[in-house]
Ligand binder design. Structure first.
Ligand SMILES: [Zn+2]
Length: 234
C-alpha cells in the first residue's frame, strides 16, 4: 500500500520500459502512437457492435494499462485516455452531433481496490480531448455493475452469461442518454481492454433493450489472441 501511494506522487520509472526518472518516456510514447486498430468481429457474440482499439495489448501499452489499473499509476490516465480518444474518433460517423461515451462500469469492489473507476477516468480524459478536437464528447452513466466473481477460467458461454448477469440499467440516468441520442449524438461504449468481448456485447444488448442503439465500442487496447473464444477451444 505504501509503495502504491508513493508511486501516485512520485513515479520513479517509465511504466512502459522501466527507464528511471520519468513516468512515461518518449520512446514508449512513440511505440504506442500507431493505430487505431479495427478489432475483428467475434461471430459468436451476436450483440457486439463494431469495436476499434487504440492499439494491441502488448509491449509498453500493455505495461501502461497494467500499471494504471493495478498499481495506482493514475497519472497514466492522460496517455491511455488519449489512446482511447484515437479509437473513439475512428468510430464516429461523419456529420454526427457528437459522442456520448458510456464506460463499462466497474464493480464496487474493483472501484474500491483501484481508488476509483478507472475506465470512467479514461472516458473523461478522452471526452475532453475529443471536444477540444472539434467532436463534442461527453460521458454518460446508464449502466451499473453488480458484484460478481472473477471471470478467469470461465468458458466462453459462461463468460457471456456472467457478463449479462453482472450489468444493470440505471433507470434514473436513461433520460439524459435518450435526449442525447435524439439530438443526433452517437453512443460509444468504452472499456480499457477487449478480450473475449462478452462484456461489451452484454452492455450493448442491455442498452439496445432500452431503445438506445450503440454505434460502436472503443477500447484502449485489444488482445489479438482470444484463448477463451469457441474457435480456439475446438
Ligand atoms: Zn519507456
Amino acid at each position: 500500500m505504501f509503495a502504491t501511494l508513493v508511486d501516485l506522487v512520485l513515479p520513479t520509472s517509465c511504466a512502459g520500459c522501466g527507464t528511471a526518472g520519468v513516468a512515461w518516456c518518449d520512446r514508449c510514447a512513440d511505440r504506442i502512437a500507431g493505430g487505431p486498430v479495427r478489432v475483428p468481429p467475434a461471430r459468436w457474440l451476436s450483440g457486439l457492435p463494431p469495436v476499434v482499439a487504440g492499439g494491441v495489448y502488448e509491449g509498453p501499452l500493455r505495461e501502461a494499462v497494467n500499471a494504471y489499473k493495478e498499481h495506482g499509476r493514475h497519472g497514466l490516465a492522460a496517455v491511455l485516455g488519449d489512446r482511447l480518444a484515437v479509437a473513439v474518433r475512428a468510430c464516429v460517423p461523419a456529420g454526427r452531433a457528437g459522442v456520448l461515451l458510456v464506460p463499462v462500469p466497474a464493480t464496487p469492489a474493483a472501484a474500491r481496490r483501484r481508488f476509483g473507476d478507472h475506465v470512467t477516468r479514461l472516458a473523461r480524459r478522452a471526452g475532453a480531448g475529443l471536444t477540444r478536437a472539434g467532436v463534442p464528447g461527453a460521458v454518460g452513466f446508464p449502466l451499473r455493475a453488480l458484484p460478481r466473481p472473477d471471470s478467469v477460467g470461465l468458458t466462453a458461454a459462461q463468460r457471456v452469461a456472467a457478463a449479462r448477469a453482472g450489468l444493470r440499467l440505471r433507470p434514473g440516468r436513461l433520460g439524459d442518454v435518450r435526449a442525447a441520442v435524439a439530438a443526433g449524438v452517437s453512443l460509444i461504449l468504452v472499456d480499457d481492454v477487449i478480450t473475449s468481448g462478452a462484456t461489451l456485447d452484454a452492455a450493448a444488448g442491455l442498452l439496445r433493450s432500452a431503445g438506445l442503439p450503440v454505434t460502436a465500442a472503443a477500447t484502449v487496447a485489444y488482445t489479438p489472441r482470444r484463448p477463451d473464444s469457441p474457435e480456439s477451444e475446438s
